[in-house]
Design a protein around this ligand. Structure first.
Ligand SMILES: Cc1cc2nc3c(=O)[nH]c(=O)nc-3n(C[C@H](O)[C@H](O)[C@H](O)COP(=O)(O)OP(=O)(O)OC[C@H]3O[C@@H](n4cnc5c(N)ncnc54)[C@H](O)[C@@H]3O)c2cc1C
Length: 441
């Protein structure tokens, strides 16, 4: 990790509209390839996405043609793999900004998402890929990887993650969707329902938590199975309307006697609960990425407005109460950014296993903090905009939309109350392990 020199300011100079390192200030974390990536993603999104977002919102869906454009632009490989790009999947597909795969790190992941979120609606298209692809990479058999990755990395097919059920959300251990082996042992027959599955409407593969053990087998009876939409049996999807809007295609999925070859099992039977929990760590960090840029966009629009809107013979920014709001938002967003960067750095240094052990609870708390900062920023920006903050078009539109998106940072990926508790339990576990180690000395 090399320190960076002062660099040319980039993007908006409005306070907090961009991360500090964009404004030219030094950072220990970002080097030339991060700047190159930032420039490439922003340029591509400005040229290819910005003009479509409103049409997509009106149509209730992202134009499907955009997906192959994203593949050609080199977005899918880094989105699927997150903080490091495996060499076996890096040579056949482009990477945006031509970043050498060996150089790709957690900060590239952050920069990529920071810019994608800024672009508006596009990011919602990839949520399934972000959470659905990692179990295949970490635990899928080489032959399954060789079949599926070329399809999803080329943009030909799409994937999502299906864990939650109508009766089991936070308590993943209680899922009931069953996968029963056929008598000849060659297939699973899947029956059950999944709810709130992001991108499910347009996915070809469902990375699904199923019960392969008996009904009351708890966490140890859960496995992860990749279910192709084209499987024999009945796999039905129907859209669920959620507060944040239609673009992420939230879905109710029903499996009725869906027949899946045993080769589509991810890793071993009984490992599905652990695989789901490990998957959550990157998901929670990535929710922080989205939250930070969501706040910055809202603050940028609110600041522009506060500089020109006059009330009681002064611009809003000349009113101390309004400056107080920006001061509070600024300190919260910068703290969130700094904490996020610290965790990314630690994950770079620690291996996957140690990272999960030492940072699972911290990442859960980071996700909680992200939701809390978003709630504050959305509410304050909305108030600064006045009536415009409640209006779906015009200068307050991005703030109105962010305000509605805030619950998506609070509940999915682990609900706030559950994660607060998890954060403390994980901290205690580390404390007890440290005491035990000390006692052995
Ligand atoms: C827009 C959206 C997108 C989603 N995308 C996906 C997806 O792609 N794939 C997927 O599998 N799932 C997805 N989900 C599901 C999401 O992960 C769950 O909604 C979430 O885990 C909460 O589960 P639940 O809704 O069943 O709430 P419950 O588990 O019923 O919890 C309700 C509330 O009870 C409280 N609570 C429950 N247990 C505890 C506890 N132990 N300690 C303290 N408080 C507790 C909390 O306040 C919690 O918010 C999505 C959900 C939404 C809304």
């Amino acid at each position: 990790m090399t320190g960076s020199k002062l660099s040319a300011p980039y993007g908006s100079s409005l306070p907090w509209a961009e991360p500090a390192w964009y404004t030219g200030r030094p950072s220990a974390y970002y080097k030339d390839s991060h700047r190159k990536l930032r420039d490439a993603v922003r340029k591509w999104c400005d040229e290819n996405i910005a003009q479509h977002t409103e049409d997509w919102l009106n149509a209730g869906a992202v134009d499907p043609a955009i997906y192959s454009k994203c593949a050609e632009a080199g977005l899918l490989v880094p989105i699927a793999f997150g903080k490091s790009i495996p060499p076996q999947w890096s040579s056949s597909y482009p990477i945006i900004g031509n970043i050498p795969p060996a150089e790709w790190d957690g900060f590239h992941d952050f920069v990529l998402w920071d810019e994608l979120i800024r672009s508006g609606g596009l990011a919602s298209l990839f949520i399934g890929l972000v959470v659905g692809a990692p179990p295949l990479l970490k635990y899928g058999s080489p032959s399954l990887q060789r079949k599926i990755f070329p399809e999803i990395l080329s943009g030909e097919k799409r994937i999502c993650l299906a864990v939650t059920e109508p009766d089991a959300g936070s308590d993943v251990r209680n899922i009931t969707t069953s996968a029963v082996k056929t008598p000849d042992g060659t297939h699973y027959v899947v029956n059950g329902e999944k709810k709130w599955i992001t991108n499910g409407m347009f996915s070809d593969y469902f990375m699904t938590a199923v019960r392969t053990g008996p009904p009351n087998s708890g966490a140890g009876g859960i496995s992860m199975l990749l279910i192709p939409r084209s499987s024999p049996g009945v796999l039905k999807t129907r859209k669920i309307d959620v507060i944040a809007g239609p673009l992420s295609a939230t879905t109710y999925v029903t499996f009725e006697d869906v027949v899946v070859p045993v080769e589509y099992l991810i890793g071993q039977e009984g490992q599905g609960f652990k695989q789901t929990m490990v998957n959550f760590n990157h998901e929670r960090l990535w929710i922080a990425f989205q939250a930070i840029r969501g706040c910055r966009v809202a603050m940028q629009d609110a600041f522009s407005w506060a500089l020109k809107r006059e009330a009681f013979d002064k611009t809003l920014i000349e009113q101390p109460v309004v400056r107080n709001k920006f001061g509070n938002m600024g300190r919260m967003v910068e703290s969130l950014q700094a904490w996020t960067e610290q965790i990314i750095y630690e994950l770079e240094v620690l291996g996957d296993e140690e990272g999960a052990r030492l940072l699972g609870g911290t990442t859960a708390l980071l996700k909680v903090e992200s939701g809390m900062v978003c709630k504050y920023v959305a509410e304050e920006c909305l108030k600064i905009m006045g009536g415009l903050g409640l209006t779906k078009t015009g200068q307050g539109a991005r703030i109105e939309s962010f305000y509605r998106a805030v619950p998506s940072f609070v509940v999915p990926g682990g609900s706030e109350d559950v994660l607060l508790d998890l954060g403390v339990r994980e901290a205690l576990k580390i404390h007890r392990a440290a005491e035990k180690a000390k006692a052995k000395l």
